[in-house]
Design a protein around this ligand. Structure first.
Ligand code: GLP
Length: 242
């Protein structure tokens, strides 16, 4: 585990984008596992900036996103598909047929998850997986208590996650979907490199517990202590307790 300290959100985003761009430059046809949430937005903005300057080329890159709300079509403004289009894909030259996000509109959870695992296998696995962290320690939508050995599966979101994510649904908890399809911990652990971004004082406690406490399914991110190539880039506030 490697921890990189950044001064602030902008610095964290730049450092994370540097690691991602190194991956793309070293292996242009790489597979990037991507994440949603507020934290990686600055990282994507930095990548777009370097792309516009001609320093980055995504034409051979394949992307697989971590998760998607069950029941939201791609056109829904709060779907993770839509989020990725607006925050990254529309602004760079990733080929549309190289973009993969679990199909939240497929009501058949088992089929949707099976198909997604097959896609990840077909593209040869993930070279670099980007992650944020939920305040309860979830990664993707792997909530506390879930088995470490799962591939893509359907989860019931916890109250804490619904509460944290309602800010994206006009603050209305009733509009937040109750379930999601997410890559499992097994899928994430099989990525060749894992990069987590974390910022803000509200992440300090969980960062300390996840990476300086016991490895337990009760704190899903803690398993990353066992990953052979895990990098955490955090700002001063998120790393204030470690
Ligand atoms: C959601 C996403 C996670 C993300 C988390 C934290 O639950 N499924 O992938 O890490 O939110 O989001 P934020 O970065 O906004 O704190």
């Amino acid at each position: 585990m490697k921890i990189i300290r950044a001064k602030d959100y902008k610095d964290m985003s730049r450092k994370a984008a540097n690691i991602i761009s190194a991956q793309v430059i070293m292996k242009p046809a790489c597979v990037l596992g991507l994440a949603t949430g507020g934290t990686p937005v600055g990282t994507y903005a930095q990548l777009i900036d370097w792309y516009n300057k001609g320093d980055l080329d995504f034409s051979e890159v394949t992307t697989v996103n971590l998760d998607e709300y069950r029941g939201l079509p791609r056109t829904h403004e709060q779907s993770y598909w839509y989020f990725m289009q607006k925050n990254l894909f529309e602004h760079v030259n990733v080929r549309p047929d190289h973009i993969h996000v679990p199909d939240g509109s497929n009501p058949d959870a088992e089929a949707a998850c099976r198909e997604y695992d097959q896609i990840i296998r077909d593209v040869g696995g993930i070279d670099l997986q980007l992650l944020g962290i939920g305040i309860d320690g979830h990664i993707g939508f792997n909530e506390p208590g879930e088995a470490f050995e799962l591939g893509t599966h359907c989860v019931d979101l916890t109250e804490s996650t619904i509460e944290a994510n309602k800010r994206f649904f006009d603050g209305n908890e009733a509009l937040v979907p109750r379930q999601a399809y997410t890559m499992g911990i097994k899928t994430i652990m099989q990525a060749r490199k894992v990069l987590m971004v974390a910022n803000g004082a509200n992440k300090a406690e969980i960062i300390k517990k996840a990476f300086f406490g016991p490895v337990t399914p009760e704190l899903p991110a803690s398993i990353l202590q066992m990953h052979p190539d895990f990098i955490l880039v955090g700002d001063e506030e998120a790393l204030s307790l470690v």
